[in-house]
Design a protein around this ligand. Structure first.
Ligand code: SAH
Length: 259
């Protein structure tokens, strides 16, 4: 079992790199891929840079060059569900590209990926369950130790939740409540918006590789997002992505050792 771990920004992946043993760096396509191990599990970790093209290119290298069996994407996102607050976690059930629209042509629906005949890509079911459990274990056992009560209070974090559902990706930082509402009107199960997950999911679908996407809510994708996002990313994102990834690796290792 070889796991690829991706984040879009250094803040999302730096904590994870710290956990890897026997790290070897390889530079491909302007990106640094770090091969290493975590308790014997083979891991390749990389930060892709932002947006769908960067994420798709990086996922393709993880699959075709490093031969990973599964990709875990972990990072931050704008909440699209009014039930979600900063610090909550969304694990994708499925993913869609909200800026894909060839519907001016009569043969395509809005969001449909032309010639693939689908708009949604499913996450790997049993890995998704592991990611949900990993985030819950992180909140139950680790969160208060790595994010101070003061920092939690400054982001109005109460008891953080773990949710699952639809994640929408697009090449746009959403900071517009009206746009978000228009998406929610046609995608009622939408949980959060970000800029990479569905691109990785499309590549994984095309290469028959499993995908898991975990997102920590950093903002509400509204006019406050440009303020909330950088502060949350700087102060909280890295410790949360590291903590959740660690629990995920732990659950994966337990599973592999019992099968
Ligand atoms: N200011 C950043 C740019 C970040 S873009 C920089 O200087 O590098 C936002 C990143 O966080 C993307 O990787 C995206 O996946 C995620 N994200 C968080 N909130 C988002 C939102 N409201 N809309 C879209 N993407 C968001």
């Amino acid at each position: 079992m070889k796991l690829g771990i991706m984040g879009a920004m250094p803040e999302e992946i730096s904590g994870i790199l710290d956990m890897l043993d026997d790290r070897v760096r390889r530079q491909i396509g302007g990106r640094e891929f770090w091969e290493g191990t975590w308790s014997g599990l083979e891991v390749v970790a990389v930060f892709s840079r932002l947006g769908k093209v960067a994420a798709a290119a990086t996922a393709t290298v993880l699959i075709t060059h490093f031969h990973v069996d599964h990709i875990l994407f972990i990072g931050v996102a704008g909440g699209a569900d009014p039930e979600l607050s900063l610090g909550d976690v969304v694990v994708a059930r499925d993913l869609i590209q909200h800026d894909m629209d060839a519907s001016a042509l009569p043969m395509f629906d809005r969001f449909e990926i032309p010639l693939l005949g689908r708009s949604r890509f499913a996450a790997h079911a049993s890995f998704r369950d592991k990611a949900i459990k990993a985030a819950q274990l992180f909140f139950d056992h680790d969160f208060d130790g790595v994010v101070s009560k003061q920092t939690q209070a400054s982001f109005a974090i109460g008891t953080p939740k773990v949710a699952t559902g639809l994640i929408a990706s697009g090449d746009r930082f959403v900071s517009d409540a009206a746009y978000l509402e228009s998406l929610r009107a046609v995608l009622p199960d939408l949980r959060c918006v970000e800029m990479e997950g569905a691109a990785v999911a499309q590549v994984c679908f095309e290469f028959s590789t499993g995908v898991t996407v975990v997102r920590v809510i950093s903002d509400r994708a509204d006019h406050d997002a440009p303020v909330d996002f950088p502060r949350f990313t700087a102060e909280v994102a890295s410790v949360m992505t590291k903590g959740i990834a660690k629990q995920f690796l732990y659950l994966l290792m337990l599973d592999l050792s019992t099968h």
